[in-house]
Design a protein around this ligand. Structure first.
Ligand code: SAH
Length: 342
């Protein structure tokens, strides 16, 4: 059966017409789907007959929240169960400018980054556009508040699930769907060069974030294995082309690990690498993961790193860490859940 979540209105219209119903019904059904209802019986202006038809032909409720953790700062971490019992994480962060939801794009991940909890059990499967969108509907339902910003920074590598991720971005931006501005969407990647090249041709107004985390290939190979295939020089060349092609500023993510990548010399090298590029650096002390050996940089080293970048003319901010009192690092809540049930 097809999932109702994750369909453009035009797709739904042709499905509804094929079932022998009037086309305008599709808009009514679509409005309910976008409201995030989880049960066909909640669709008030839909006839009993059409509801039965929908029940026989479509899945509406493609996930449910099985656990959530709320932080003192308002951050909520959700664990959502999919129809095949896989679980994924999403995180809602409250900022003055609105609610940001961090969504997962895959069940697990196969990129193998050495500091990341999402990759520990490998990748189970890709998420469909409707399952990425479902995370937004569920979070909105749970809080009764709108999500205004989306970051594709949960579990999974978005560019390793290109088609569904692009469909999600276009859907969530669609005026018949949540109508979230492209400018309020950030896609984060560990640096899959051919897919970044493909993405730049789409000329979307989204923000591209690159997980850099190191300035020389030896270290980056160890942290982010995909670097062996697409080394730093090639990645940064691609980023320069991306900026030229889209006119959009790139964000570089740099997680600081004590004694590993946090020296002032490395900050200076980073500034040199990024010189002349329309970009911004986000610094974040690494979130220690139980299974991994890394320690977060001290706030003094973080500030020194930031100041060194600024001295060389590179914009940099230290990201405020939200949700420190809950399982904050990527994939940790899912991991602790799986450890419990297995
Ligand atoms: N696969 C994508 C998006 C998911 S991870 C990517 O690699 O960009 C989102 C960000 O969190 C990435 O920058 C990732 O490197 C970083 N990250 C993962 N585990 C982390 C940890 N334990 N501490 C700090 N940042 C982490």
């Amino acid at each position: 059966m097809k999932q109702l979540r994750g369909m453009f209105l035009e797709e739904l219209s042709s499905e509804i017409v094929e079932l022998g119903e009037k086309k305008f019904r599709a808009k009514q059904v679509n409005d309910w789907v976008v409201k995030g209802v989880s049960d066909f019986d909640q669709m008030k202006n839909i006839s009993k007959g059409l509801k039965e038809l929908l029940k026989d032909n479509f899945i509406l409720n493609n996930m449910s929240i099985v656990r959530s953790q709320k932080s003192k700062d308002g951050t909520i971490k959700y664990l959502m169960k999919l129809h095949d019992n896989h679980v994924i994480e999403s995180v809602l962060m409250k900022y003055k400018h609105g609610n940001t939801l961090c969504v997962s794009t895959q069940v697990g991940c196969r990129m193998g980054c050495s500091f990341c909890a999402s990759t520990i059990g490998g990748k189970a499967r890709d998420l469909s556009a409707g399952e990425i969108l479902g995370q937004v509907y569920e979070a909105q339902n749970d809080t009764g508040e709108k999500v205004s910003n989306i970051v594709l920074m949960g579990s999974g590598e978005p560019l390793d699930n290109y088609d569904e991720v692009l469909k999600f971005i276009r859907l969530v931006n669609d005026e018949n769907n949540l109508n979230i501005s492209m400018r309020n969407i950030t896609l984060s990647t560990c640096g899959i060069v051919p897919e970044i090249r493909k993405l730049m041709k789409e000329k979307l107004q989204i923000t591209l974030a690159i997980s850099l985390h190191a300035v020389d290939n030896g270290k980056r190979d160890n942290l982010i294995p995909v670097n062996k295939k697409y080394p730093i020089e090639e990645l940064l060349e691609t980023c320069k082309d991306y900026v030229k092609e889209t006119g959009r500023r790139i964000t570089f993510e740099y997680s600081l690990i004590e004694g590993e990548n946090d020296s002032v010399a490395e900050a200076e090298k980073l500034a040199k690498l990024l010189r002349g590029m329309l970009c911004h650096v986000n610094l974040i002390p690494i979130n220690p993961v139980r299974e991994k050996k890394y320690k977060a940089s001290k706030s003094q080293s973080v500030n020194k790193f930031r100041d060194a970048l600024k001295r060389k003319g590179i914009e940099a901010t230290v990201r405020r860490e939200l949700g420190q009192d809950i399982d904050a690092a990527c994939g940790q809540l899912r991991k602790s859940y799986l450890d419990d049930v297995e």
